[in-house]
Design a protein around this ligand. Structure first.
Ligand SMILES: [Zn+2]
Length: 328
């Protein structure tokens, strides 16, 4: 299978027009179609090749990448979004995890014109197709993004149907195992590594856990899109964290130390004498880790002076004395 030349497979030149590609495909697909060559394994293999070649060359964008990168074109664009137009949504799991996967059709039009539209049966004849990439959302706490974590997730993954080789058909009959779908959704426990430093909207790629391929095509990938849960103490902006620090009135006036929570435990923050309300302290390296290196962002702590309540008689007298000392 190595070194396949899609142009050679379709018997066309490298600068063939879209029309020429379509014509060559129709001619060859008709000739090698499994329904017309029952029990001919080589015709079936050839038919798969023709379909694989047509899938790429009939799509201007894929063709361009194929011309540029050869057979490995798909890997050149691993982070491309799923190209499906119609989308199917599933909701399952805790927290409303949503899976979307693109519609698996695409050969429908040309096959209905070749063989007539026969419902589920029109699925037959699609060549090896890589499964769709699936996108799901994963809710992540700031703590998880700080330390990195491993999540055990219950996912719904698509497995190809082995009974029909994911064609949806056995001979001329609809496959009774998958009812012609070519695959089925099965629950799967998956260990997902959340790297330290992920950001809102980061995409975690899990290779081979996407939609099942068709007719021996390999599986698509699963992308988990990170969505942050709000944190009660910290607000994140890039790699920096923003927080408020409560400072008692006497500490703000006379100076001292207060405890400041960080994502890596409490630290002691020095408060200089006569610190004003809303003053912001910058704590270097106390922010979020940066993805892929050992650096950390900063933390910005804004002072919130806490005024005393429920004063004792003595305290009240002291404030009165203070007040009497102030110039009018
Ligand atoms: Zn099946």
């Amino acid at each position: 299978m190595a070194g396949k030349d899609y142009y050679q497979i379709l018997g066309i030149s490298r600068n063939a027009s879209e029309k020429e590609i379509k014509q060559a495909y129709r001619r060859l697909a008709r000739k090698h179609h499994p329904d017309l060559n029952p029990n001919d394994k080589s015709a079936e293999a050839r038919f798969k090749e023709i379909n694989a070649a047509y899938e790429v060359l009939s799509n201007p964008e894929k063709r361009k990448k194929y011309d540029q990168f050869g057979e490995q074109w798909e890997y050149a664009d691993q982070f491309a979004k799923s190209g499906g137009q119609e989308r199917v949504r599933w909701d399952f799991g805790k927290g409303g995890t949503t899976f979307e996967y693109g519609d698996l059709s695409g050969f429908g039009d040309i096959f209905s014109s070749l063989f007539g539209d026969s419902g589920i049966g029109s699925r037959v004849g699609r060549g090896p197709r890589r499964g769709q990439d699936i996108e799901a959302h994963i809710e992540v706490t700031l703590e998880e993004a700080y330390h990195g974590s491993t999540r055990l997730m219950q996912l719904q993954t698509e497995e190809p149907c082995t009974a029909c080789g994911s064609t949806g058909r056995v001979g001329n009959r609809v496959c009774t195992i998958c009812n012609g779908a070519g695959g089925k959704a099965i629950p799967k426990r998956l260990e997902v590594k959340i790297p330290a430093g992920v950001r809102d909207g980061s995409r975690i790629r899990i290779a081979g856990e996407g939609g099942h391929g068709l007719v021996g095509g390999k599986k698509g990938d699963l992308y988990l899109v990170v969505k942050f849960l709000p944190h009660k103490l910290f607000e994140r902006k890039g790699d920096d964290l923003y927080t408020e620090v409560s400072v008692p009135l006497d500490t703000a006036i006379l100076g001292g130390e207060v405890r400041l929570p960080t994502l890596n435990g409490n630290i002691s923050l020095k408060i200089p004498a006569e610190t004003q309300n809303s003053k912001v302290f910058r704590l270097a390296g106390k922010g979020m880790p940066q993805l892929g290196n050992n650096k950390y962002g900063n933390m910005f702590a804004k002072v919130k002076v806490v005024l005393p309540t429920n004063l004792t008689e003595e305290e009240k007298k002291l404030f009165e004395r203070l007040q009497s000392l102030r110039p009018a």
